[in-house]
Write a protein that binds this ligand. Sequence first.
Ligand SMILES: Nc1nc2c(ncn2[C@@H]2O[C@H](COP(=O)(O)OP(=O)(O)O)[C@@H](O)[C@H]2O)c(=O)[nH]1
Ligand SMILES: [Mg+2]
Length: 253
Amino acid sequence: MTKDIKTGRYLIIVPTYNEIMNIKEFIPAVLKRDKKIDILIIDDNSPDKTARAVKNIMKKNNRVFILEREGKMGLGTAYIEGFKYGIEKKYKYIFEMDADFSHNPKYLIKMIESLNKGADVIIGSRYIHGVSVAHWPLKRLMLSKFANIYASIMTGVKVKDLTAGFVGYKRKVLENIDFHYIKASGYAFQIEMKYKSHLWDFKLKEIPIIFADREKGESKISKKIVYEALFRCVTLRFSKKPEKLKKYLKKKH
Ligand SMILES: Nc1nc2c(ncn2[C@@H]2O[C@H](COP(=O)(O)OP(=O)(O)O)[C@@H](O)[C@H]2O)c(=O)[nH]1
Ligand SMILES: [Mg+2]
């Protein structure tokens, strides 16, 4: 990693696994929203050569970066590596986003505005006005909705979309979270990040988004990810660790 510092800029972290059909359109669609935006792709050696396509774009664009990992290691560890990169380079705001256009890049502008206006964590939420998800089968919709109600009751965090993966953080929020204790990937990771931000008394805000199901490529969601989330809520609920830590650690601003 080079030492160049990116104060005042925004980093969009995008984990990819077999996104060749989306990535070439996705990158410019994100970059054009704001001159201060940089993108960090975290690719897990996608068999479809997503990384090669990204590196081609990088030849002509100095706002795109890539971290390549040896194999499919899951979303949680990908985000954590991205967060560490963003913290080290002192990005002002650090976002997570999917490459499959489920998260429309147009919402980035409003999300950045919210952070400018005082939110510490901004969540692109599917469940503010009922349900705003396009083209999802009923089964998946029910699963997601149920998981969110359950997660909110268990963790006590009053956020309607706790499993959302379209999230922006002020750097200070991520600097306060000890990634060492975050073992989850998938939905559980998303819940845990919001729970930890809440424990540190950071201001979480949601803005409504319309979430579109992917049109190209395949989803990698598995049953394991769902069970992990259900179980992790129980351990978050009954573990005292974060509260204990809070007593000893000083919040960084
Ligand atoms: N680096 C990395 N990216 C992943 C992995 N699993 C999924 N992704 C990416 O994470 C994002 C969300 O995954 P997706 O399959 O769309 O999940 P879904 O939206 O829950 O169906 C997409 O950009 C994927 O390419 C993984 O194991 N490693
Ligand atoms: Mg998706």
